[in-house]
Design a protein around this ligand. Structure first.
Ligand code: 5GP
Length: 366
């Protein structure tokens, strides 16, 4: 008989964060910071209280230490570009660079932008060709210390073996691996050598897994449960997919995510791959899932017959430089911390109480 898990599982849209009386140092500091955050500013006059969004992690298996604002641009070939990495690294934010750059591209980038290399990962699928290419890149650019192993289904035995193999070949690199949504698989991947587990099956903005296959897990609950499992082993997680606005990013951190990975929210910018399209006076850019027809045609000569396309192709409004979007997200996040009384991002999950809601916002004007 099929089993039904009747425990309530929630998405970002089902909850809000409850504001809390704060123990932040003084009212005036809090007040000023609150309004500054509202304006999205990350500049602050000397001495004024500022919510600290940087975190420092020491990873379980690589033993490496990393400091930065733990927001990651997804390893999708539209957004996970070198151009994006240059801007992100100026904010100490991270980019999982997509796997379609050549070795020469990597060498050129490393030579021109050595300052970015600490904030990027090289991505790979679980195929032999991917592994060989990634190995050559890591050999040529030893300053890159992060590996992002990304497969649609992180539950296969083959993937577990692949993570073990990569760990044995790269004992001191920090390995991100996924995607999964349940605690037992988070534990298995960490024990197999991964440091940071990518959590999310089906929540992505250009993902069609849930409609194509009926498989998925509400993202907020997945993050809460997977963070608990990972942290028990001194591992870490990335909430990957499903954030539609800065408030969702804050909820993912509140739920216990160490890192949050964003695709759609970073799409449509100058730093994204592809040309600006002009149609009926509107400026647009193409954005697509990594297993969409578009991506498959571009990189693999068409959708493989045995595997349904599980990604959408969309045209998104052109949003200009990504700098404004970054400031919007960081401003929102600082303000969240102020509302719940967290002096730093690290404290956000400890201060978070979620309330279940039936409505997120007032829709009169949208
Ligand atoms: P977003 O921030 O756009 O909601 O989600 C980004 C995430 O969606 C990516 O990091 C990746 O995990 C997932 N994703 C990207 N392309 C595809 C795809 O073609 N199919 C599926 N199922 N997920 C995708």
């Amino acid at each position: 008989m099929p089993r039904i898990d009747a425990d309530l599982k929630l998405d970002f849209k089902d909850v809000l964060l409850r504001p809390k009386r704060s123990s932040l140092k003084s009212r005036s500091e809090k007040h000023r910071n609150h309004w500054r955050s509202f304006l999205g500013s990350h500049q602050h006059p000397e001495g004024l209280f500022q919510v600290d969004l940087e975190r420092t992690f020491t990873f379980r298996n690589s033993k490496q230490t990393y400091s930065g604002i733990p927001i990651i641009v997804a390893n999708m070939d539209t957004v996970g570009t070198f151009e994006m990495a240059v801007v992100m690294s100026q904010h100490a934010m991270f980019t999982a660079v997509h796997k379609h750059y050549s070795l020469d591209d990597w060498k050129r980038f490393a030579e021109n932008h050595p300052e970015c290399l600490q904030h990027i990962a090289v991505s790979s699928g679980s195929g032999q060709n991917d592994l060989e290419k990634m190995s050559r890149i890591l050999e040529a650019v030893p300053q890159v210390k992060f590996i992002c192993l990304d497969v649609a289904n992180g539950y296969s035995e083959h993937f577990v073996e692949f993570v073990k193999l990569v760990r044995s070949k790269f004992p001191e690199h920090t390995i991100m691996a996924g995607n999964v949504v349940t605690g037992e698989m988070v534990e298995e991947l960490i024990l197999s050598g991964a440091d940071i587990i990518k959590v999310g099956v089906g929540p992505g903005s250009v993902c069609t897994t849930r409609t194509k296959t009926g498989v998925g897990y509400p993202q907020l609950s997945a993050v809460i449960e997977c963070a608990d499992s990972a942290h028990g082993l001194k591992g870490h997680i990335i909430s990957d997919g499903g954030c539609t606005c800065p408030g969702d990013v804050a909820k993912a951190f509140g739920a216990g995510a160490d890192f949050v990975m964003l695709g759609g929210m970073f799409s449509g910018h100058t730093e994204c791959a592809g040309e600006v399209i002009e149609r009926n006076g509107q400026k647009l850019k193409l954005f697509y899932g990594m297993s969409s027809d578009t991506a498959m045609k571009k990189h693999a000569g068409g959708v493989a017959e045995y595997r349904a396309s599980e990604g959408k192709t969309v045209e998104v409004p052109y949003k200009g430089d990504v700098e404004n979007t970054i400031l919007d997200i960081l401003g929102g996040l600082r303000s969240t911390c102020t509302y719940v009384g967290a002096a730093k991002l690290k404290e956000l999950s400890r201060r978070a109480t979620f309330i279940r809601v039936t409505q997120q916002h007032n829709t009169v004007f949208c």
